[in-house]
Design a protein around this ligand. Structure first.
Ligand code: AMP
Ligand code: TRP
Length: 337
Protein backbone atom coordinates (compact mmCIF):
# COMPACT_ATOMS: atom_id res chain seq x y z
CA UNK A 1 0.00 0.00 0.00
CA UNK A 2 1.30 3.48 -0.86
CA UNK A 3 0.11 6.83 0.39
CA UNK A 4 -0.55 9.72 -1.97
CA UNK A 5 -1.45 13.28 -1.28
CA UNK A 6 -4.74 13.96 -3.04
CA UNK A 7 -6.32 17.44 -2.63
CA UNK A 8 -4.29 17.80 0.54
CA UNK A 9 -5.68 14.56 2.01
CA UNK A 10 -3.65 11.37 2.28
CA UNK A 11 -5.33 8.50 0.45
CA UNK A 12 -4.16 4.92 0.08
CA UNK A 13 -3.33 3.67 -3.41
CA UNK A 14 -2.83 0.05 -4.18
CA UNK A 15 0.12 -0.93 -6.32
CA UNK A 16 -0.87 -2.62 -9.58
CA UNK A 17 0.71 -5.95 -10.34
CA UNK A 18 0.59 -7.57 -13.78
CA UNK A 19 1.99 -10.83 -15.09
CA UNK A 20 1.41 -12.73 -18.31
CA UNK A 21 1.98 -16.40 -19.06
CA UNK A 22 2.05 -17.98 -22.49
CA UNK A 23 -0.54 -20.78 -22.64
CA UNK A 24 1.85 -23.69 -22.26
CA UNK A 25 -0.75 -25.92 -20.56
CA UNK A 26 0.07 -27.60 -17.26
CA UNK A 27 2.61 -25.60 -15.27
CA UNK A 28 6.05 -26.86 -14.29
CA UNK A 29 8.30 -26.35 -11.31
CA UNK A 30 10.12 -23.52 -13.13
CA UNK A 31 6.87 -21.56 -13.55
CA UNK A 32 5.87 -22.27 -9.96
CA UNK A 33 9.07 -21.32 -8.14
CA UNK A 34 10.09 -18.72 -10.74
CA UNK A 35 6.82 -16.74 -10.78
CA UNK A 36 3.61 -18.29 -9.39
CA UNK A 37 4.92 -18.21 -5.81
CA UNK A 38 5.32 -14.43 -6.07
CA UNK A 39 1.89 -14.11 -7.71
CA UNK A 40 0.39 -15.91 -4.70
CA UNK A 41 2.05 -13.60 -2.20
CA UNK A 42 1.31 -10.40 -4.12
CA UNK A 43 -2.42 -11.13 -4.43
CA UNK A 44 -2.69 -10.83 -0.63
CA UNK A 45 -1.73 -7.16 -0.68
CA UNK A 46 -1.95 -5.63 -4.12
CA UNK A 47 -4.25 -5.13 -7.07
CA UNK A 48 -3.14 -8.06 -9.24
CA UNK A 49 -3.88 -9.00 -12.86
CA UNK A 50 -2.81 -12.44 -14.07
CA UNK A 51 -3.23 -13.00 -17.76
CA UNK A 52 -2.99 -15.93 -20.19
CA UNK A 53 -1.26 -14.30 -23.15
CA UNK A 54 -2.78 -16.28 -26.00
CA UNK A 55 -1.86 -13.68 -28.65
CA UNK A 56 1.81 -13.97 -27.68
CA UNK A 57 1.58 -17.73 -28.23
CA UNK A 58 0.55 -17.13 -31.85
CA UNK A 59 3.98 -15.62 -32.62
CA UNK A 60 5.58 -19.07 -32.52
CA UNK A 61 2.75 -21.62 -32.90
CA UNK A 62 2.43 -23.74 -36.06
CA UNK A 63 -1.24 -24.35 -35.29
CA UNK A 64 -3.80 -23.64 -32.58
CA UNK A 65 -5.35 -27.10 -32.22
CA UNK A 66 -4.64 -27.45 -28.47
CA UNK A 67 -4.82 -23.73 -27.59
CA UNK A 68 -8.14 -23.79 -25.69
CA UNK A 69 -7.20 -26.97 -23.83
CA UNK A 70 -3.83 -25.45 -22.88
CA UNK A 71 -5.48 -22.26 -21.61
CA UNK A 72 -7.94 -24.32 -19.55
CA UNK A 73 -5.19 -26.49 -18.03
CA UNK A 74 -3.03 -23.52 -17.18
CA UNK A 75 -5.82 -21.62 -15.42
CA UNK A 76 -6.79 -24.81 -13.56
CA UNK A 77 -3.20 -25.12 -12.31
CA UNK A 78 -3.17 -21.49 -11.14
CA UNK A 79 -6.43 -21.91 -9.27
CA UNK A 80 -5.29 -25.19 -7.70
CA UNK A 81 -2.02 -23.49 -6.68
CA UNK A 82 -4.02 -20.86 -4.79
CA UNK A 83 -4.50 -18.00 -7.24
CA UNK A 84 -7.80 -16.65 -5.95
CA UNK A 85 -10.17 -14.87 -8.37
CA UNK A 86 -11.73 -13.10 -5.39
CA UNK A 87 -8.39 -11.45 -4.68
CA UNK A 88 -7.12 -10.82 -8.22
CA UNK A 89 -8.21 -10.64 -11.84
CA UNK A 90 -7.54 -13.78 -13.91
CA UNK A 91 -8.22 -13.38 -17.62
CA UNK A 92 -7.24 -14.22 -21.19
CA UNK A 93 -5.42 -11.56 -23.21
CA UNK A 94 -7.51 -11.77 -26.39
CA UNK A 95 -10.77 -11.42 -24.41
CA UNK A 96 -9.83 -7.76 -23.82
CA UNK A 97 -9.05 -6.58 -27.37
CA UNK A 98 -7.99 -3.04 -26.30
CA UNK A 99 -4.50 -4.50 -25.90
CA UNK A 100 -4.15 -4.82 -29.68
CA UNK A 101 -4.96 -1.14 -30.17
CA UNK A 102 -2.44 -0.09 -27.54
CA UNK A 103 0.07 -2.41 -29.23
CA UNK A 104 -0.42 -0.48 -32.46
CA UNK A 105 -0.01 2.89 -30.72
CA UNK A 106 3.08 1.86 -28.74
CA UNK A 107 4.66 0.39 -31.87
CA UNK A 108 4.85 3.98 -33.17
CA UNK A 109 7.23 5.01 -30.39
CA UNK A 110 9.39 1.86 -30.53
CA UNK A 111 12.48 2.02 -32.77
CA UNK A 112 12.94 -1.19 -34.74
CA UNK A 113 16.59 -1.30 -33.64
CA UNK A 114 15.47 -1.83 -30.00
CA UNK A 115 13.43 -4.87 -31.04
CA UNK A 116 16.10 -6.40 -33.24
CA UNK A 117 18.60 -6.53 -30.36
CA UNK A 118 16.31 -8.48 -27.97
CA UNK A 119 18.14 -11.75 -27.04
CA UNK A 120 15.04 -14.00 -27.34
CA UNK A 121 14.30 -12.57 -30.77
CA UNK A 122 17.86 -13.22 -31.97
CA UNK A 123 17.68 -16.76 -30.61
CA UNK A 124 14.35 -17.48 -32.33
CA UNK A 125 15.75 -16.16 -35.62
CA UNK A 126 18.73 -18.49 -35.23
CA UNK A 127 16.57 -21.52 -34.33
CA UNK A 128 13.68 -20.98 -36.79
CA UNK A 129 14.91 -18.75 -39.62
CA UNK A 130 11.93 -19.83 -41.77
CA UNK A 131 9.37 -18.58 -39.23
CA UNK A 132 10.34 -14.99 -38.44
CA UNK A 133 7.03 -13.19 -38.65
CA UNK A 134 6.08 -9.55 -38.09
CA UNK A 135 4.29 -10.48 -34.83
CA UNK A 136 7.44 -12.06 -33.42
CA UNK A 137 9.49 -8.87 -33.83
CA UNK A 138 6.73 -6.96 -32.04
CA UNK A 139 6.48 -9.47 -29.15
CA UNK A 140 8.01 -7.06 -26.57
CA UNK A 141 5.71 -4.22 -27.72
CA UNK A 142 2.68 -6.44 -27.09
CA UNK A 143 4.14 -7.40 -23.72
CA UNK A 144 4.63 -3.71 -22.87
CA UNK A 145 1.03 -3.08 -23.93
CA UNK A 146 -0.19 -5.82 -21.56
CA UNK A 147 1.53 -4.19 -18.63
CA UNK A 148 0.83 -0.57 -19.63
CA UNK A 149 -2.89 -1.15 -20.35
CA UNK A 150 -3.36 -1.99 -16.67
CA UNK A 151 -0.73 0.55 -15.54
CA UNK A 152 1.26 -2.33 -14.07
CA UNK A 153 4.03 -1.25 -11.71
CA UNK A 154 5.25 -4.60 -10.39
CA UNK A 155 5.73 -7.55 -12.75
CA UNK A 156 6.43 -10.98 -11.24
CA UNK A 157 8.51 -12.93 -13.79
CA UNK A 158 11.50 -15.25 -14.05
CA UNK A 159 14.99 -14.00 -14.87
CA UNK A 160 14.60 -14.86 -18.57
CA UNK A 161 12.09 -12.00 -18.86
CA UNK A 162 14.40 -9.23 -17.62
CA UNK A 163 15.49 -8.02 -21.09
CA UNK A 164 11.79 -7.76 -22.07
CA UNK A 165 11.05 -5.79 -18.92
CA UNK A 166 13.94 -3.43 -19.56
CA UNK A 167 12.57 -2.78 -23.03
CA UNK A 168 9.07 -2.21 -21.60
CA UNK A 169 10.53 0.45 -19.33
CA UNK A 170 12.26 2.12 -22.28
CA UNK A 171 9.08 2.10 -24.37
CA UNK A 172 6.88 3.65 -21.67
CA UNK A 173 9.60 6.20 -20.87
CA UNK A 174 9.70 7.20 -24.52
CA UNK A 175 5.91 7.42 -24.69
CA UNK A 176 5.75 9.53 -21.52
CA UNK A 177 8.49 11.86 -22.73
CA UNK A 178 6.64 12.57 -25.99
CA UNK A 179 2.99 12.56 -24.87
CA UNK A 180 3.12 13.23 -21.11
CA UNK A 181 3.16 10.99 -18.04
CA UNK A 182 0.55 8.32 -18.68
CA UNK A 183 2.28 5.08 -17.67
CA UNK A 184 4.28 4.07 -14.60
CA UNK A 185 7.64 2.40 -15.27
CA UNK A 186 7.19 -1.29 -14.50
CA UNK A 187 9.62 -3.12 -12.20
CA UNK A 188 10.37 -6.84 -12.42
CA UNK A 189 9.87 -8.88 -9.26
CA UNK A 190 11.96 -12.04 -9.02
CA UNK A 191 11.63 -14.92 -6.56
CA UNK A 192 14.61 -16.39 -4.71
CA UNK A 193 14.76 -18.97 -7.56
CA UNK A 194 14.68 -16.75 -10.65
CA UNK A 195 16.13 -19.33 -13.07
CA UNK A 196 15.41 -22.99 -12.43
CA UNK A 197 17.56 -25.36 -14.42
CA UNK A 198 15.83 -28.42 -15.88
CA UNK A 199 16.44 -32.12 -15.25
CA UNK A 200 19.18 -32.14 -17.92
CA UNK A 201 21.22 -30.02 -15.51
CA UNK A 202 22.10 -27.48 -18.20
CA UNK A 203 19.16 -25.62 -19.74
CA UNK A 204 16.39 -23.52 -18.22
CA UNK A 205 13.49 -25.77 -17.22
CA UNK A 206 10.90 -25.48 -20.01
CA UNK A 207 8.38 -27.44 -22.01
CA UNK A 208 10.36 -26.85 -25.21
CA UNK A 209 13.57 -28.37 -23.76
CA UNK A 210 11.54 -31.34 -22.39
CA UNK A 211 13.45 -31.17 -19.09
CA UNK A 212 10.58 -30.30 -16.77
CA UNK A 213 8.38 -31.72 -14.01
CA UNK A 214 4.77 -30.61 -14.00
CA UNK A 215 3.55 -29.50 -10.59
CA UNK A 216 0.49 -31.73 -11.01
CA UNK A 217 2.44 -34.79 -12.25
CA UNK A 218 1.44 -38.20 -10.86
CA UNK A 219 3.83 -39.55 -8.16
CA UNK A 220 5.09 -42.35 -10.45
CA UNK A 221 5.94 -39.81 -13.19
CA UNK A 222 7.80 -37.64 -10.69
CA UNK A 223 9.86 -40.67 -9.54
CA UNK A 224 10.57 -41.68 -13.13
CA UNK A 225 11.62 -38.21 -14.29
CA UNK A 226 13.82 -37.45 -11.29
CA UNK A 227 15.29 -40.96 -11.52
CA UNK A 228 16.98 -40.03 -14.80
CA UNK A 229 17.88 -36.43 -13.89
CA UNK A 230 21.50 -35.31 -14.27
CA UNK A 231 23.44 -34.91 -11.03
CA UNK A 232 27.00 -33.91 -10.12
CA UNK A 233 29.00 -34.16 -13.37
CA UNK A 234 32.27 -34.61 -11.41
CA UNK A 235 31.09 -37.66 -9.43
CA UNK A 236 31.75 -40.93 -11.28
CA UNK A 237 31.36 -43.69 -8.67
CA UNK A 238 29.11 -44.21 -5.64
CA UNK A 239 32.08 -43.92 -3.25
CA UNK A 240 33.35 -40.61 -4.72
CA UNK A 241 32.68 -37.50 -2.62
CA UNK A 242 29.97 -35.33 -4.18
CA UNK A 243 29.98 -31.62 -5.07
CA UNK A 244 26.55 -30.19 -4.18
CA UNK A 245 27.55 -26.75 -5.47
CA UNK A 246 27.59 -28.05 -9.07
CA UNK A 247 24.73 -30.54 -8.74
CA UNK A 248 21.32 -29.45 -10.04
CA UNK A 249 19.51 -32.11 -8.00
CA UNK A 250 20.94 -30.50 -4.88
CA UNK A 251 19.71 -27.10 -6.09
CA UNK A 252 16.22 -28.58 -6.51
CA UNK A 253 16.44 -29.98 -2.97
CA UNK A 254 16.78 -26.41 -1.71
CA UNK A 255 13.21 -25.71 -2.89
CA UNK A 256 11.64 -28.83 -1.42
CA UNK A 257 13.76 -30.14 1.41
CA UNK A 258 14.87 -26.98 3.18
CA UNK A 259 14.73 -28.51 6.70
CA UNK A 260 17.23 -31.25 5.81
CA UNK A 261 19.40 -29.37 3.37
CA UNK A 262 22.51 -29.24 5.59
CA UNK A 263 22.30 -32.98 6.26
CA UNK A 264 21.96 -33.76 2.52
CA UNK A 265 24.89 -31.49 1.72
CA UNK A 266 27.09 -33.17 4.34
CA UNK A 267 26.10 -36.71 3.35
CA UNK A 268 26.70 -35.94 -0.33
CA UNK A 269 30.15 -34.47 0.33
CA UNK A 270 31.28 -37.45 2.41
CA UNK A 271 29.65 -40.00 0.06
CA UNK A 272 27.26 -41.08 2.83
CA UNK A 273 24.52 -40.94 0.19
CA UNK A 274 24.86 -41.66 -3.52
CA UNK A 275 23.15 -39.75 -6.35
CA UNK A 276 20.43 -42.42 -6.63
CA UNK A 277 19.55 -42.07 -2.92
CA UNK A 278 19.62 -38.31 -3.26
CA UNK A 279 17.23 -38.40 -6.23
CA UNK A 280 14.85 -40.78 -4.45
CA UNK A 281 14.70 -38.36 -1.52
CA UNK A 282 14.04 -35.45 -3.87
CA UNK A 283 11.23 -37.32 -5.64
CA UNK A 284 9.48 -38.06 -2.34
CA UNK A 285 9.85 -34.41 -1.24
CA UNK A 286 8.36 -33.14 -4.53
CA UNK A 287 5.47 -35.63 -4.26
CA UNK A 288 4.73 -34.52 -0.71
CA UNK A 289 5.07 -30.80 -1.48
CA UNK A 290 2.53 -30.88 -4.30
CA UNK A 291 0.16 -33.38 -2.62
CA UNK A 292 -2.39 -30.72 -1.54
CA UNK A 293 -2.10 -29.14 -5.00
CA UNK A 294 -3.00 -32.44 -6.72
CA UNK A 295 -6.04 -32.83 -4.46
CA UNK A 296 -7.32 -29.32 -5.15
CA UNK A 297 -6.78 -29.80 -8.86
CA UNK A 298 -8.82 -32.99 -8.90
CA UNK A 299 -11.62 -31.18 -7.10
CA UNK A 300 -11.57 -28.33 -9.64
CA UNK A 301 -11.45 -30.76 -12.57
CA UNK A 302 -14.91 -31.97 -11.57
CA UNK A 303 -16.27 -28.45 -12.27
CA UNK A 304 -15.05 -27.73 -15.84
CA UNK A 305 -17.35 -24.69 -16.23
CA UNK A 306 -15.64 -22.95 -13.29
CA UNK A 307 -12.56 -21.93 -15.31
CA UNK A 308 -14.81 -20.36 -17.98
CA UNK A 309 -16.68 -18.41 -15.30
CA UNK A 310 -13.42 -17.16 -13.79
CA UNK A 311 -11.97 -15.89 -17.07
CA UNK A 312 -15.29 -14.39 -18.19
CA UNK A 313 -15.54 -12.41 -14.98
CA UNK A 314 -11.83 -11.53 -15.23
CA UNK A 315 -12.29 -10.11 -18.75
CA UNK A 316 -15.23 -8.02 -17.55
CA UNK A 317 -13.18 -6.52 -14.71
CA UNK A 318 -10.05 -6.05 -16.85
CA UNK A 319 -12.05 -4.39 -19.69
CA UNK A 320 -13.16 -1.56 -17.47
CA UNK A 321 -9.59 -0.50 -16.76
CA UNK A 322 -8.42 -1.24 -20.30
CA UNK A 323 -11.02 1.14 -21.76
CA UNK A 324 -10.11 3.87 -19.30
CA UNK A 325 -6.38 3.65 -20.05
CA UNK A 326 -6.92 3.54 -23.79
CA UNK A 327 -9.05 6.71 -23.68
CA UNK A 328 -6.33 8.41 -21.66
CA UNK A 329 -3.69 7.31 -24.18
CA UNK A 330 -5.74 8.55 -27.13
CA UNK A 331 -6.34 11.87 -25.42
CA UNK A 332 -2.62 12.22 -24.71
CA UNK A 333 -1.83 11.45 -28.36
CA UNK A 334 -4.43 13.95 -29.57
CA UNK A 335 -6.42 11.23 -31.32
CA UNK A 336 -9.78 12.32 -29.93
CA UNK A 337 -11.86 14.96 -31.72
P1 AMP B 1 6.59 -19.37 -19.86
O1 AMP B 1 5.98 -20.67 -19.51
O2 AMP B 1 7.94 -19.49 -20.50
O3 AMP B 1 5.65 -18.43 -20.56
O4 AMP B 1 6.91 -18.64 -18.45
C1 AMP B 1 5.92 -18.16 -17.59
C2 AMP B 1 6.59 -17.50 -16.40
O5 AMP B 1 7.38 -18.47 -15.69
C3 AMP B 1 7.57 -16.38 -16.79
O6 AMP B 1 7.53 -15.37 -15.82
C4 AMP B 1 8.91 -17.06 -16.79
O7 AMP B 1 9.97 -16.17 -16.55
C5 AMP B 1 8.74 -18.05 -15.64
N1 AMP B 1 9.59 -19.24 -15.87
C6 AMP B 1 9.44 -20.16 -16.85
N2 AMP B 1 10.41 -21.10 -16.76
C7 AMP B 1 11.19 -20.75 -15.70
C8 AMP B 1 12.35 -21.31 -15.10
N3 AMP B 1 12.90 -22.44 -15.57
N4 AMP B 1 12.89 -20.70 -14.02
C9 AMP B 1 12.34 -19.55 -13.53
N5 AMP B 1 11.24 -18.98 -14.05
C10 AMP B 1 10.66 -19.56 -15.12
N1 TRP C 1 7.00 -12.86 -22.28
C1 TRP C 1 6.41 -13.60 -21.19
C2 TRP C 1 6.93 -15.08 -21.27
O1 TRP C 1 7.40 -15.49 -22.28
C3 TRP C 1 4.92 -13.61 -21.23
C4 TRP C 1 4.30 -12.24 -21.10
C5 TRP C 1 3.54 -11.59 -22.01
C6 TRP C 1 4.40 -11.39 -19.95
N2 TRP C 1 3.12 -10.41 -21.54
C7 TRP C 1 3.63 -10.24 -20.28
C8 TRP C 1 5.03 -11.49 -18.71
C9 TRP C 1 3.50 -9.18 -19.38
C10 TRP C 1 4.90 -10.42 -17.82
C11 TRP C 1 4.14 -9.27 -18.16
O2 TRP C 1 6.79 -15.78 -20.30
Amino acid sequence: MRYHSFCGVFVTMTTRVFSGFRPTGRQHIGNYFGTIRNCLQLQEEYDCFYCVVDLHALTTLDNTVTLQEDIHNMVLDWLAAGIDPNKCVVFVQSHVPEVTELHMLLSMVTPLSWLLRVPTFKEKVRMHPQNVNYGLVGYPVLMTSDIALYKGEVVPVGEDQLPHLELAREIVRRFNSIFGEVFPEPQAKLTEFPMIIGLDGTEKMSKSADNYIEIGAAPEDIRKKIGIAFTDPARKYRGDPGHPEICNVFTLHKMFTSGRILEIERECRNAGIGCTDCKKMLAESVIEYFGPFRERRLELESRPEYVDEVVRDGARRASRIARETLSEVKAAMNLLP
